[in-house]
Ligand binder design. Sequence first.
Ligand SMILES: [Zn+2]
Length: 97
Amino acid sequence: MNLSIETLFTTALGLQAPWEVKDIELDTAKRRIDFQVACAVKQLTCPACGAAEQPIHDRVARSWRHLDFFQYEAWLHADLPRVRCGGCGKTTQAPVP
Ligand SMILES: [Zn+2]
């Protein structure tokens, strides 16, 4: 099997589709590894009421500290989609995997 490094870390971080690692930046001097995580869909299920295939309203940039990988400080960065629901009328941030 021929896995890309992005696919490898998507699995290692426990992410599931449609979430995936899009970019990895390794800084050996700072002993830090940064993952850019993305959810590349146009529609999601409303987290508030469960209505399927609701449009994404916008995306909000967030960062988290992850458990270290070996001696590297690991950070995750993602633009979290917010769902604008036609069912319940709420704008809700999608749950973070
Ligand atoms: Zn809803």
